[in-house]
Design a protein around this ligand. Sequence first.
Ligand code: ADA
Length: 578
Amino acid sequence: MVRTFATHRIRKTQELSSCLWDFETLPEEGGTVGETAGGKEAAPGKGTAPVKMKTAVPGCWENCPDTLTYRGKAVYERRFACEGNIRLEFKGVSHTAQVYLDDMRIAEHYNAYTPFSAVVKELPAGEHTLRVYVDNSFGPDSALHVPNDYQTYGGITRPVVLEELKDAYLTKLHFTPLRRDGQWYFVIKGEVKNLSAAPFEGRILLSLGEETVAEAAVRAEGNGVCGFETEETLFPQAQEWCPENPVLYLLNAVLLDAQGRETDDLIDRAGFREVRIEGKDILLNGRKLRFKAFCRHEDHPQFGCALPFAAMQQDLLLMKDMGANSVRTSHYPNDEIFLDLCDETGMLVWEENHARGLSEENMRNPNFERQCEDCIREMIEAHYNHPSIYIWGILNECASHTEYGKECYRKQYELIRQLDQSRPRSSASCQFKTDICFGLPEVVSYNIYPLWYHDTPVQDYLKGLYDWVQEESEGAGKPFLITETGAGAIYGCRTPSRVKWSEEYQAYAIEKQLEAVFGQEGCSGVYLWQFCDCNVCDSWFGGRPRTMNNKGIVDEYRRPKLAYETVKRMFGSVDTYF
Ligand code: ADA
């Protein structure tokens, strides 16, 4: 399964995943058992001999008995029959990929959480061999995947698709809804690429639902690209997308050649909704939002970060059962299938680029800027149309308190603005009263842990921060969000003395935290850290019993802790709109 709906009717596509691929570890090229070379002994019986097997794609090799703790390089292989121009799309490989087709290198990509593709022209008829070299090791080349408070898994972790292309094909289709005086308009922008040396002339037909809504002429020079853009077009029959009634329209672009023959298509989904900032308020279709929400890692004991469809849906069901209206994709762009489900179920999404807790020293890694920018560009290009995404986040808990850090934040915020003018931006800060970046984004956000990492009463602590932002920072007068708060609990650890790590303590702390956040004037809501317990990297074992981040409201198997009912009651006590 690639998406929850078909993205092409004319372009021929075939999923190359959802089956077994040949797999082999390449330990001689730097594979180790454990996090760092030499840091751990090889697991009994594993040694350094390569492991060969058939393995599921998508999947993480940490879920296979012979490669449970393998970190390093491995190769995946499968064959397919095809001819002509083809496009291969990889929705996610963790974390570095080199792709070969019949021994020809066709793509290279860094970062587990964004898609990439390769186009190969005039492939001869017959069987072809696709080989993907995957590396999940840490090292100086990798600025974003570092040993961290979540796991960096290994594998082809999201779907792979093979597409057959004619000489000209659609590369992009972006839908922007606009709300003016109670009426809905849209602008659609797109791009056509010409793979042949001769110029291509044709037309694009655009439809929304059953209606043809626009038409545009396109002309792309030989091997060139041609953009198209509609006027601002009124769509009087538009039904709004909102959490209570998430109406989606199929957005269909059909490319016709000069003879009027259907050459290619791209299908996505669109929703009419507007996100606007007015003073301290975040407005959805003109109504002031209150967030009662979760941070969620893509993590599961049986599937690693490669959760199957039903498991993703179950996560959403549980969050909704607790009364949540939003999810934060901490700390990286998520699988499109999950975003599709959010669109369909009316779950608002804070999506963020990949970065967690990087110091200024980490940010000075020569690869940092490029790797962040690639991630932002790929995230926004691919996810632009999801109506559920209402905000873009960057650089969770990085160095927003130093001048060097600020410059990084500024550049990344600017890049987002170039790519998308329609959504607000923010970043979850832990720099408390030393943050110097609040002048840059539209929304001020803090991660706070009173009653967990320190015992300050929540209300006093939160008010202190809020007042500081209003009185002494450039964030004054902007919307204010709590993007993390929470407490740890080991599933099954019950004690009436309510010590830390007990379910009783977590339920108590969360009740106090939610009470304070919902009572704080000017605060637009809260993202609980976190939905489910998740694996962390080996070096994070200290303060992380079981080498897991245990602040989930459900454990890693999604079994509810005591706090589940507390969250449900507290989220149920306030509405989605103020
Ligand atoms: C941070 C961070 C999370 C997680 C959390 C915690 O603020 O953003 O990734 O590490 O704290 O559990 O302490």
